[in-house]
Design a binder for this molecule. Structure first.
Ligand code: 13P
Length: 250
């Protein structure tokens, strides 16, 4: 399956820096075209700028970092999926662990966000992952299974049109990525549960890995049979690093 490399800028960026970064990425991809799909997920306030910078090319798609579970209305500060769609957004991250932790998003709420995104014509990238304590307690598979079950309960076989991202919390921003074997084991467990729910379509659901993926470790992670791409934080803010990760996705 064609892999997806998505950059999650988190709450980073500035008008001038965004322009410099995107020009460098587009130059790099012109010199060495990607054989995977590539997306950038800037903060919402920069979507219009990044949409304009990406106009007229198809090497990089636009993504967003969150979408409301509601269609529209009195939800101050939130962004509706339909609004993202108006700005050309093709992917949206939902249920990132930072939002689950800091905004208290529940499994059910994340599942509804994914549903809204899909209804608006946007592919949700639904994040799952365990904390260090949960891993140490042998709960990893149970945690990601619970998170996936909520998604399936709300969305049924529409999950076949979504992407998942396995992001162990202990690997995010720490410089300590999961080993390829650790990641593959969880990805395979997710794939098996998808297969139980979706049958053969499970093979087509992209399961990305996220958590300290970088230019040095990307190739070995992406070589695993059930790792279908990456969700990249810190390394997506540096053009040479992000381009190396893209080049490793084949
Ligand atoms: P880092 O690549 O900075 O560890 O972040 C991963 C992540 O959370 C992407 O969504």
């Amino acid at each position: 399956m064609r892999k997806l490399i998505a950059g999650n800028w988190k709450m980073n960026g500035a008008l001038v820096a965004n322009q410099t970064l995107i020009h460098a990425l587009l130059d790099g991809l012109r010199a060495q075209p990607a054989v995977c799909d590539v997306a950038l997920c800037p903060p919402a306030v920069y979507l219009a700028q990044v949409q304009a910078l990406l106009h007229g090319q198809d090497a990089i798609a636009l993504g967003a970092q969150d979408a409301s579970e509601h269609e529209a209305g009195a939800f101050t500060g939130d962004t509706a999926a339909a609004m993202l769609h108006e700005f050309g957004v093709r992917y949206v991250i939902v249920g990132h662990s930072e939002r689950r932790s800091y905004q208290g998003e529940s499994d059910a709420q994340v599942a509804r966000k994914a549903q809204r995104a899909l209804a608006a014509g946007i592919t949700p990238i639904v994040c799952v992952g365990e904390s260090l304590l949960e891993r140490e307690q042998g709960q990893t598979e149970a945690v990601v299974a619970r998170q996936l079950a909520a998604l399936l309960e709300c969305n049924g076989n529409r999950v076949a049109d979504m992407a998942l991202a396995y992001e162990p919390l202990w690997a995010i921003g720490t410089g300590h990525a999961a080993t390829p074997q650790q990641a593959q084991a969880v990805h395979a467990a997710l794939r098996a549960r998808l297969h139980d729910a979706l049958g053969a379509q499970a093979a087509d659901v992209r399961i990305l890995y996220g958590g300290s993926m970088n230019a040095a470790n990307a190739a070995s992670l992406l070589a695993q049979p059930d790792i279908d791409g990456g969700l990249i934080g810190g390394a997506s803010l540096k053009a040479p690093d992000f381009l190396e990760i893209i080049a490793a996705a084949r």
